[in-house]
Ligand binder design. Structure first.
Ligand code: SAJ
Length: 413
């Protein structure tokens, strides 16, 4: 048996490596030569705990190889990005992957789409591949007769815990037909210990979006509460802690905004699909997206209120969430960039997971990366807590005395 995984990013690479770790031959496909070469050397191009060892072992054993183009296989798993541009999901990478596997398809093959997609995408993908392969019969919901099998099976792993969650999480398996679901279940059984829950492809597509929209709406509730509390001069962290003692209340934590490439994006796919009714989901996005500017306004006030020359600011954290190195779509980074562009302060940035500032910040003479958060705080007039990385909890409250504190994560609340 051979599985071909298309797209070797944050989802595709761990999936390919874990399937190979279970003794199945895997061909990983990526359009970037650099990624293909890195993996074929037994190395990885992303940061994820323990993934390097699993990938290296799979490559050494000859079970995982990477290439620019797919070959023949029994199953094809598509895990390419689906970005959101101009108010629409951009499915170009999904269709490009579909076009690249079409000539390789044989009777009995399984195609699984894992990429986050608007409802109906799997059916569109089938139409596209079917047009390229008129010699094969593709599945439709109303007939069990087909030469190839197709399912939508979304990933739901948490960055930073991918290897555990890939194996242990339950999975939703949305086959076009019952047989398609059963073929997909057999594939995921290779490595997945969780429950494999069968449904149709459109429900599975919306299910993925629903999970992330649920979290986004809940974070928006916490972020809105933080704005309410600011107006009423009430400590939001204490408020949430107290409310969460109610047996049926579980409020999430406010922060500087919602980052990452999933939760801040996926709810828009629902809004795009049902714009007239997805009102709460849209508003939640707007609430969360407005959060970085609220933090900037507070910093501006602190700068305005500072007496005695140009203030020095310590910015703690740039990543999109605690204890990861990922800066993509990070509200903390967005805040740092806006502040750097303002140019009316000297900025010491602490981010223990990086060793150089990202380009947009590196260009400013008044912005520098510091190794020691304690030193940054010691020199600062204004301290802004943006990401509650583990190490920051060791900072003593006495180190903050006499400074203006803007704590977006409630570390010192
Ligand atoms: N955040 C808050 N307050 C909270 C929780 C999170 O402000 O109480 C912020 C974080 O700081 C971060 C953003 O939300 O900026 C998202 O972080 P996250 O840890 O909630 O989620 P991700 O983006 O790392 O991963 C999510 C997960 N989805 C859900 O928990 C429903 C993961 O399971 C998905 O697989 C992943 O999206 C994905 O790829 O879709």
């Amino acid at each position: 048996e051979t599985v071909c995984v298309l797209g070797l990013g944050y989802i595709g690479l761990p999936t390919a490596s874990v399937i190979a770790a279970n003794g199945v031959k895997v061909l990983g496909v990526d359009v970037q030569q650099r990624v293909v070469d890195t993996i074929n050397r037994g190395e990885i191009h992303i940061v994820e705990p323990d993934l390097d060892a699993v990938t290296a072992r799979a490559v050494q054993k000859g079970l995982l190889t990477a290439a620019l183009e797919p070959g023949e296989a029994d199953a094809f798993v598509i895990a390419v990005p689906t970005p959101f541009h101009d108010d629409k999901a951009d499915l170009a990478y999904v269709f490009a992957a579909g076009a690249s596997i079409a000539p390789r398809l044989r009777k009995g093959n399984l195609i699984v789409l894992e990429s986050t997609s608007p409802p109906g995408t799997t059916e569109k993908l089938i139409e596209q591949i079917a047009a390229l392969r008129p010699d094969l019969r593709f599945p439709i919901a109303t007939s069990s007769d087909a030469d190839v099998f197709v399912a939508y099976c979304p990933e739901r792993v948490l960055p930073g815990k991918v290897l555990t969650e890939l194996v242990e999480n339950d999975r939703v398996i949305g086959g076009i037909t019952r047989v398609c679901s059963e073929k997909a279940v057999a594939l995921y059984r290779i490595f997945c210990k969780g429950e494999l829950l069968i449904t149709n492809s459109r429900t599975a597509e919306l299910c993925k979006l629903t999970e992330n929209a649920f979290r986004d709406v809940n974070i928006a509730f916490a972020n809105e509460l933080s704005a309410v509390c600011e107006e009423l001069d009430i400590n939001v962290w204490e408020l949430i802690k107290l409310a969460n003692h109610h047996p049926r209340v579980n409020i999430l934590q406010p922060g500087p905004g919602v980052g990452g490439h999933c939760i801040a994006v996926d709810p828009w796919f629902i809004v795009e699909a049902a714009p007239n009714v997805a009102r709460l989901i849209r508003t939640a996005r707007e609430v969360n997206d407005s959060k970085p500017m609220r933090v900037i306004d507070k910093i501006k006030l602190a700068i305005g209120g500072h007496k005695g020359g140009r203030p020095r600011i310590a910015l703690l954290g740039l990543a999109f969430k605690p204890n990861v190195d990922d800066l993509r779509e990070s509200p903390a980074l967005q805040i740092a960039e806006i502040l750097a562009d303002l140019g009316n302060s000297d900025i010491d940035v602490s981010e223990p997971h990086i060793d150089a500032l990202p380009k947009a910040l590196a260009g400013h003479a008044h912005v520098q990366l510091v190794d020691d958060a304690g030193v940054a705080i010691g020199n600062a007039d204004i301290v802004v807590m943006l990401v509650n990385h583990r190490g920051y909890y060791d900072i003593a409250p006495s180190d903050l005395e006499g400074k203006t504190i803007i704590d977006t994560r409630g570390v010192w609340a």
